[in-house]
Design a binder for this molecule. Structure first.
Ligand code: SF4
Length: 190
C-alpha cells in the first residue's frame, strides 16, 4: 500500500471522481483561477494575527507529519502548541467553512495524535472571510478519518465512485473538461 496525503483526502471529500481522474486514469488537471488565487496568501500576516489572538506557546511552520502505521502523511501550514494541547492550522484563501477543508484538518489532527501529541481541535483560517474556524477532534472524528481513508483507498484501487455534485462546484473543478457534467443544477456521474 502506498502513502496517501491529506491533500488526497481533501480532494476525495471535494469529489471522489477527482481522485479517479488524477490517480487512476492519470489525466492532467486544468489549473483554475481559484487555484492560482489560493497561492497568493500572505501567511506571515496571518501568523501575526494568530499570535495576537491564540497566543500559542510554540509555532511550527509546515511540519511533515506521517503515520507509518496507517501510511498517511500531510503538511499543515502551521502546528501550534497551545496551553493544554496541540492544534494543526491551515490557511485557506476563501470565505468560509467547506467539508473538504474540514476533512484535511481532521487528518492533520489525526497525524498529530498518531505522533503522540494531545489534540482537541484543528483550526482553519479563512483569509477572505477573516474568520477562524474550529474543527473539534475526538474519538468520533478519528473514526470518521479512518472511514474516509478506507473510501479513498477504494477509489485509488480503481473503484469507480458514484458522484452527484452541484454544477457550481464542477465549474471550478480542474477535471470539468473530462467530466462534462450536465448544466441542470446537478452533475451525475457514473
Ligand atoms: S467536474 Fe464535478 S463531478 Fe466531475 S470531477 Fe469535478 S467536481 Fe467531480
Amino acid at each position: 500500500m502506498s502513502i496517501v496525503t491529506a491533500t488526497d483526502l481533501k480532494n476525495y471529500v471535494y469529489c471522489p471522481m477527482t481522485i479517479y481522474y488524477r490517480n487512476v486514469l492519470c489525466l492532467e488537471e486544468r489549473v483554475t483561477e481559484a487555484m492560482t488565487e489560493g497561492a497568493q496568501v500572505d501567511r506571515d500576516e496571518i501568523l501575526n494575527f494568530l499570535h495576537l489572538t491564540l497566543k500559542p506557546l510554540e509555532v511550527v511552520r509546515k511540519p511533515y507529519l506521517i503515520s507509518r502505521r496507517f501510511l498517511v502523511s500531510g503538511v499543515p501550514d502551521f502546528v501550534l502548541k497551545l496551553r493544554r494541547s496541540w492544534s494543526p492550522l491551515d490557511v485557506k484563501d476563501s470565505y468560509g467553512e467547506r467539508r473538504d477543508h474540514r476533512a484535511q484538518v481532521l487528518l492533520y489532527s489525526f497525524l498529530l495524535e498518531e505522533s503522540g501529541k494531545s489534540v482537541k481541535q484543528g483550526l482553519i483560517y479563512y483569509v477572505r472571510g477573516k474568520k477562524l474556524f474550529k474543527v473539534p477532534y475526538g474519538e468520533e472524528e478519528r473514526r470518521e478519518v479512518l472511514l474516509l481513508l478506507t473510501g479513498l483507498r477504494r477509489v485509488l484501487k480503481g473503484e469507480l465512485p458514484r458522484v452527484r455534485q452541484p454544477v457550481r462546484k464542477c465549474i471550478n473543478c480542474g477535471f470539468f473538461n473530462y467530466c462534462k457534467p450536465k448544466l441542470e443544477g446537478v452533475a451525475y456521474v457514473r
